[in-house]
Design a binder for this molecule. Structure first.
Ligand code: ADP
Ligand code: MG
Length: 261
């Protein structure tokens, strides 16, 4: 079955506050879509709506041409896996046990093999028998990603999977996202590192104050004017020296003033 996720004029308001307004978005097989935008722009809210974890007040979301609201929980878990921004796990489960929980809807005879594979893919095998609460933030992030991968869903929705990670492991995450897309899946991933987004994503969706202000290829969306405006700080954009994608340089105000940005 070909994968398709469509948000159609989605709006979310909570307690009189508008969190999302008129957001439309399409994601198809083979795509890695990065959601970027300042703190509070509505990225996590949008991801929850795309996951079916939060029902919008207005508009609808279709997964494989069916409204998310029509899916049973197990059916949904077979089609999409979600990495929330925060996973608070206080209990003394080992990393391997946490990842095994990701097997949820697919539980079966190959659990051990799949769990070992996703622990390896996230470089988490050396910490597999450690208790999750004792792991560092970055280690926990890798184990949480392994749990999401172990679900073997074609659509991944990842909320800041790289924020706690060092450069090597950030790259590991975007490589894994590209692998999922290359095998016919799709990934929607919230990233704060605009250079990671520029190098890994086919498309960038820029959110600002609950609205989509740009949706397109990195070169079309990550422009100096738009980024400086949306992030309210001077940001220069140049060409990456080694590949065809933009290189984003947030500037110190003093540097920007001197260079007349
Ligand atoms: P982002 O992930 O882009 O940083 P969020 O989607 O988490 O932003 O939140 C968007 C805005 O909505 C923020 O200003 C946040 O404080 C607000 N918000 C999030 N959840 C709620 C809620 N349950 N009730 C009221 N406001 C909320
Ligand atoms: Mg967020």
């Amino acid at each position: 079955m070909s994968l398709s996720l469509i948000a159609d004029r989605v709006g979310v308001s909570i307690g009189g506050r508008v969190l999302l307004a008129d957001v439309s978005l399409r994601v198809g097989p083979g795509e890695v879509v990065a959601l970027v935008g300042p703190n509070g722009a509505g990225k996590s809210t949008l991801l929850k709506v795309l996951a079916g974890d939060l029902a919008p007040n207005v508009g609808r979301v279709l997964l494989d041409e069916r409204p998310l609201s029509a899916f049973r929980p197990r059916e949904l878990a077979l089609r999409r896996a979600v990495l929330p921004q925060q996973t608070v796990i206080q209990f003394a489960f080992t990393a391997r046990e946490i990842v095994t929980m990701g097997r949820g809807p697919r539980r079966g005879h190959d659990d051990e093999v799949v769990v070992a594979r996703t622990l390896a893919q996230t470089e988490s095998l050396p910490i597999a028998e450690r208790h999750y609460p004792s792991l560092s933030g970055g280690e926990q992030a890798r184990v949480s990603l392994a749990r999401v991968l172990a679900q073997e869903a074609p659509l991944l929705l990842l909320d800041e999977p790289t924020s706690a990670l060092d450069p090597r492991h950030q790259q590991m995450v975007t490589d894994l996202a590209r692998d999922v897309a290359a095998s016919g899946g799709a990934v929607v991933v919230i990233l704060h590192d605009l250079n990671l987004a520029a190098s890994a994503a086919d498309r960038i969706v820029l959110l600002h104050e609950g609205r989509v202000v740009a949706d397109g290829a990195p070169w079309a969306t990550l422009t100096e004017t738009l980024l400086s405006d949306v992030f309210a700080c001077p940001i220069a954009v140049t060409a990456h020296p080694l590949r065809d994608c933009p290189l984003i340089l947030p500037l110190l105000r003093s540097v920007a003033a001197e260079a007349q940005y």
